[in-house]
Design a protein around this ligand. Structure first.
Ligand SMILES: Nc1ncnc2c1ncn2[C@@H]1O[C@H](COP(=O)(O)OP(=O)(O)OP(=O)(O)O)[C@@H](O)[C@H]1O
Length: 214
């Protein structure tokens, strides 16, 4: 996506970097098709104007919880927002009604306890922090109120966290639809056991699968 705003001297911008992917800086020279940028770390880069992107100066230094709130929805803006949130263990971010999850590669149990599930129960979408429980709650409510079957698509590359996300979605749906524990194991536990086995066998048997969980 090419920058569609004028990037004059003094503009704050993102420019590609072979190590960091994107670095931010200030335009110091703009002649013809080339733009000279001095990054915040002091590096001078000359790039084609079409490879330089405006930086959102109004976004809070950290983050927005929904990418649609970004002034510029371009790659460096999106990645920078996800990275800033990841740095403070905010692994979930919305883009409208889509939930983006960044794999934390560490356990964050406080995000998934029963208190969290209770909080998301019936909460308006977008009222609480982005979370798989909010996605599951929205789908559950449309299904119950309007009687329409719902699908939740979970996609991402291998190791991105599809199985973990799917487990949280199923946990929440089982929590909403399940009854109290009987014979020692709750409906939530029983559904999770079945679904984990099902996901595992699906992955084992479908060698040509795309990276989708369901
Ligand atoms: N939300 C999370 N919290 C903690 N750890 C996570 C989370 N999501 C992913 N992980 C970690 O990353 C690993 C890989 O995640 P997962 O198995 O869900 O990926 P996947 O997208 O299903 O991968 P594949 O397509 O290869 O099966 C998990 O075993 C877990 O250690």
């Amino acid at each position: 996506m090419a920058a569609s705003v004028s990037l004059g001297v003094g503009s704050l911008v993102w420019v590609e970097d072979p190590v960091e992917a994107w670095i931010d800086g200030k335009v110091v020279e703009a002649t013809g098709a080339d733009i000279k940028v001095v990054s915040t770390s002091g590096k001078t880069v000359v790039a084609k104007a079409s490879n330089v992107y405006p930086k959102d100066v109004e976004a809070p230094p950290c983050v927005v919880d929904d990418m649609t709130k970004l002034a510029y929805l371009h790659e460096p803006g999106v990645l920078s927002n996800l990275r800033s949130r990841y740095d403070i263990n905010e692994i979930y971010t919305y883009t409208g009604s889509i939930l983006i999850a960044v794999n934390p590669f560490t356990r964050l149990p406080h995000l998934y306890d029963s208190h969290m599930m209770a909080q998301y129960k019936g909460a308006a979408f977008g009222e609480l922090s982005p979370h798989p429980f909010a996605i599951a709650d929205a789908a559950y409510r449309v299904m119950m109120n309007e009687g329409i079957s719902q699908s939740i698509l979970v996609s991402g590359e291998s190791g991105a966290g599809k199985t973990e996300s799917t487990k949280q979605l199923i946990r929440y749906l089982a929590y909403m639809g399940g009854r109290a524990a009987s014979e020692g194991r709750s409906v939530e536990q029983k559904v999770l056991e079945v679904i984990t086995l099902h996901i595992w066998s699906f992955k084992r048997t479908d060698k040509n699968r795309d990276d989708f969980d369901f």
